[in-house]
Design a protein. Structure first.
Length: 139
């Protein structure tokens, strides 16, 4: 995530190699930045809100976070945007395991997930969980 006013100057991952970057402590993104951006000035912060504040106030050039979380912050903060390129980070996906011989249950789970996506319930859960996470993270 970057400031909209900086979008012209930050167009690739290479543009961030010597930038000042923020991310949340103890995340996949922090590990990725430590391993792949040794010349960058990294701020590892306890809360996403702190990272966003650092970006808004110009203390960092960019914030690295999962796109679904970034979208929520962009919606809430005018002047921020998701950079027009992907950072080759380790995927952070979740999965539900179902026994191979239980197709009926798998179909039911998939139907419920589809309904939740279409209704916006998953987006709302993401927004709520981000708020709870920020409220309960110790600085």
């Amino acid at each position: 995530m970057i400031k909209s006013e900086d979008a012209e100057n930050i167009q690739s991952e290479n543009d961030l190699k010597k930038a000042s970057l923020a991310t949340q402590k103890a995340t996949i993104q922090e590990t990725y930045l430590l391993e792949n951006f040794p010349d960058a000035a990294l701020q590892s912060v306890p809360k996403w809100n702190t990272a966003i504040l650092s970006l808004v106030t110009g203390k960092v050039d960019a914030v690295l976070m999962v796109e679904t979380v970034a979208k929520q912050y962009v919606e809430q903060n005018e002047g921020l945007e998701i950079a027009g390129f992907d950072v080759a980070s380790t995927p952070n996906e979740s999965a539900i395991a179902v026994a191979k011989d239980n197709k009926d249950f798998l179909d039911a789970v998939n139907d419920i997930l589809d309904e939740m996506k279409e209704s916006g319930q998953i987006e709302e859960l993401m927004r709520t969980n981000i708020e709870i996470m920020d409220e309960n993270t110790v600085e």
